[in-house]
Ligand binder design. Structure first.
Ligand SMILES: NC(=O)c1ccc[n+]([C@@H]2O[C@H](COP(=O)([O-])OP(=O)(O)OC[C@H]3O[C@@H](n4cnc5c(N)ncnc54)[C@H](OP(=O)(O)O)[C@@H]3O)[C@@H](O)[C@H]2O)c1
Length: 349
């Protein structure tokens, strides 16, 4: 069976990455691509030269009435605050599912949401019915939802790194430090002065220290897994890479453990997960080995006390951190193998 899918916001970085993956997906056809920049349908190559060899595929001005009957599922690849306006309209069409890549439906507590994003969450029904789309950790609720809140990129890398500890009650209530780095595509495509090439090249800087909206998203998900409140110290940094994300989490363990036990915990937790690789002792993740894929690599270091664990995790912010994971969630919703149409590892590996 072939499913028809749409992308709203296809001209952005995550929208383009979705199109790259979905054009090669064996069970999907592209039913609708939308951009605000057009007043009439145009070949995709007009706005996205990378795809100009495809002369039949069109981008259209956004019109929700056109989606009914043309799509089984729509990806919203829009800035925060836009999906909460569109999702309620789209979900009125029976049989249509929505995967939102923004933060609009990730944080369930409206007060926490307002503090994190600086504006109110206005779609209470969507917030209640949506599933948090970190596939490996919340598969069952994703399978049964029509609206998926695809996770943030930092939360994806960090939660995959910390989930086995949270599930085994090894994560302390406080004292966990997440030091994280992102490539510049993580900030989106819209031009901003401080993201120009000359500003970011040869530089490295922290941003939103103590105030990043992904902190409450991660604390919420860890609470769901461990059934207790966890407070994190999270510091994001911008590094001069196009794509890629690296998380180093420092964890004072709730009890002493051996390296063999912690390694066994991670390996058994992710044993059946095709996109998560636990690296052997002394081998550390690299952005280069995950860039362009939907993979997450995790490395572990336990200091000699047996009480302080360092967990290192690398993903592609546009892959597992956004569009790759969104397609993984789409496969799950359609009842397809999660790996369908998604690359594992690099060519030649
Ligand atoms: N970049 C990442 O690594 C990443 C990772 C995880 C999650 N996300 C989230 O995914 C969403 C999309 O991110 P992105 O990086 O693809 O963003 P982006 O590159 O800035 O693209 C967003 C697209 O949304 C469209 N749009 C529609 N309404 C808009 C409005 N009111 N203001 C500005 N643009 C509007 C624009 O396309 P038209 O002008 O053609 O309509 C734009 O190309 C964001 O919510 C982001 O936080 C991003």
């Amino acid at each position: 069976m072939e499913y028809s899918v749409g992308i709203i916001g296809v001209t952005g970085y995550t929208g383009q990455e979705l199109l790259r993956i979905l054009r090669r997906h064996p069970s999907v056809s592209i039913g609708y691509l939308a951009s605000r920049r057009l007043s009439k349908p145009e070949p995709v190559g007009k706005l996205l030269p990378e795809f100009r060899a495809d002369r039949k595929l069109l981008i259209e001005p956004y019109d929700p009435s056109k989606i009914a009957g043309r799509c089984d599922l729509v990806f919203l690849a829009l800035p925060h605050g836009e999906a909460m306006k569109l999702a309620p309209i789209l979900l009125k069409k029976s049989g249509l599912s929505v995967i939102d890549l923004s933060g609009d439906f990730r944080i369930k507590d409206k007060t926490v949401f307002r503090k994190a994003y600086g504006f109110a969450q206005s779609d209470a029904q969507g917030l209640k019915s949506s599933a948090y789309g970190l596939t490996e950790l919340f598969r069952e609720s994703i399978r049964n939802a029509r609206l998926i809140a695809n996770p943030g990129c930092y939360p994806t890398a960090s939660l995959l790194a910390l989930a086995p500890l949270a599930q085994q009650k090894l994560l302390p209530a406080e004292g966990v430090i997440i030091d994280a780095k992102s490539g510049v595509s993580g900030a989106g495509r819209s031009a901003k002065d401080d993201l120009q090439f000359c500003e970011v090249n040869e530089d490295m800087r922290a941003y939103k220290v103590g105030t990043h909206q992904h902190t409450p998203e991660m604390e919420q998900a860890l609470g769901w897994i461990s059934k207790k409140k966890t407070t994190l110290t999270f510091t994001p940094h911008l590094v001069p890479l196009n794509r890629g994300m690296y998380v180093t989490a420092y964890v004072p363990l709730a009890k002493k453990i051996s390296f063999a036990a912690v390694s066994e915990l991670y390996n058994s937790f992710y044993d059946d997960e095709p996109f998560v690789r636990i690296l052997p002792e002394g081998v550390w993740p690299q952005v280069k080995t995950v860039a362009g894929t939907n993979d997450c690599e995790i490395g572990l270091y336990l200091d000699p006390s047996g009480k302080r664990l360092t967990v290192l995790s690398a993903i592609d912010n546009l892959g597992k951190g956004a569009s790759g994971q969104a397609v993984q969630n789409m496969n799950l919703l359609f009842g397809l193998p999660e790996t369908t149409g998604i690359r594992i590892g690099h060519e030649g590996q």
